[in-house]
Design a protein around this ligand. Structure first.
Ligand code: HXC
Ligand code: NAP
Length: 272
């Protein structure tokens, strides 16, 4: 009898996620805390070299030390995703040092709770600049260095892209822009052998993003009840979704938004 781990499925071939990330190069903006840090840990554990971009050098140092402490391989660079020339320069250096980029994840974002009539032009612009333009800056600078064929660009979006949420006009507009950017880039860059996708997390326990949307325990409960599953997700839920889309298991998937949101995007009608 062949041991189960040695059986090769004639349809699926050898299973890939657990093998795919060995010696792969992953770049992640916003990989130094919260969901991005969870993704960095997971992909490093699967064997990737993880290159993290963020603004705070202290956060980058803490993240790379924690990954090294688990036996993983990570480096951090202080870069602001709004600095397009800085991103171009840094990604060229990374590719020179580490080789073609296998997976590039744009997870950096900024958000706060603010009614639209109290939002200054600069407040609105700041979130568009970090989330939407920052995602374009990272993807467009990565394209020349992305492995072809086989490279993957992956954005982290949010249910705000698909559903209007009070006090979130800036984040809703930015994330909706990201969803359409992903589809357009998938269409234009597919012929180069590059896939472009997004993962859309719902409210994820223990993160800055959820804390900023949950000023009181009552609001936190309301946010939880705004998901179909009546539950918060975990960072690991998002890391698993990212690992799938970044691997050859998803080789025929491009231009898609993988909703990993407990159904938050569906809306909620508590009185019905
Ligand atoms: C109204 C605000 C504001 C607030 C800032 N601004 N905070 N307006 N309400 N709470 C305005 C400022 O007054 C200023 O406008 C403009 O925004 C820029 O502010 P700065 O502080 O100068 O910007 P900066 O230093 O670049 O910081 C960016 C930031 C900050 C977004 C404001 O919070 C940040 O760095 N955030 C990163 C971490 C983060 O947000 N994580 C959560 C991501 S979660 P004026 O007019 O005064 O000049 C997420 C989605 C979660 O993205 C979805 C959950 C389901
Ligand atoms: P977080 O902990 O605040 O992480 C944000 C990351 O982005 C940090 O590493 C931060 O590092 C970096 N960053 C922020 N602004 C940057 C900039 N201008 N340039 C470079 N790096 C920057 O947030 P999170 O809650 O985990 O959210 C992570 C992602 O998931 C975001 O895209 C968010 O929109 C999305 N999301 C989150 C939730 C949730 O429930 N948390 C739900 C849906 C979607 P520095 O501060 O050092 O720059």
């Amino acid at each position: 009898m062949v041991p189960a781990s040695n059986i090769v499925d004639p349809v699926m071939g050898p299973t890939s996620i657990s093998h795919h990330y060995q010696n792969r190069v992953v770049v992640i903006s916003g990989g130094s805390s919260g969901i991005g840090l969870g993704i960095s840990h997971h992909l490093a554990t699967l064997g990737a070299t993880v290159v993290i971009f963020g603004r705070s050098q202290d956060k980058l140092d803490a993240a790379t030390a924690a990954i090294a402490g688990q036996g993983g391989n990570a480096v951090g660079y202080s870069v602001d995703v709004r600095d397009a020339p800085g991103i171009v320069e840094r990604l060229a250096d990374v590719a020179q040092q580490h080789g073609p980029l296998d997976l590039v994840i744009a997870a950096a974002a900024g958000n706060f709770f603010a009614p639209a009539d109290k939002l200054s032009a600069n407040g609105f612009k700041t979130v568009i600049d970090i989330d939407l333009i920052g995602t374009f800056n990272v993807f467009s600078a990565a394209l020349p260095h992305t492995r072809k064929p086989g490279g993957v660009l992956l954005a982290i979006t949010a249910p705000q892209a698909q559903r209007a949420i009070p006090n979130q006009a800036h984040a809703c507009a930015a994330k909706a822009g990201i969803d359409m950017l992903v589809k357009c880039l998938a269409l234009e860059w597919g012929a180069k052998g590059v896939r472009v996708n997004a993962v859309s997390p719902g409210p994820i326990a223990g993160t800055e993003g959820l804390a900023r949307l949950s000023a009181t325990p009552e609001i936190e409960t309301a946010v939880r009840n705004n998901t179909a599953l009546k539950a918060f997700g975990e960072v690991s839920d998002i890391a698993r979704a990212v690992a799938y889309l970044g691997s050859p298991d998803a080789r025929y998937v491009t231009g898609t938004i993988l909703d990993c949101d407990g159904g938050m995007r569906l809306g909620n009608f508590p009185s019905l």
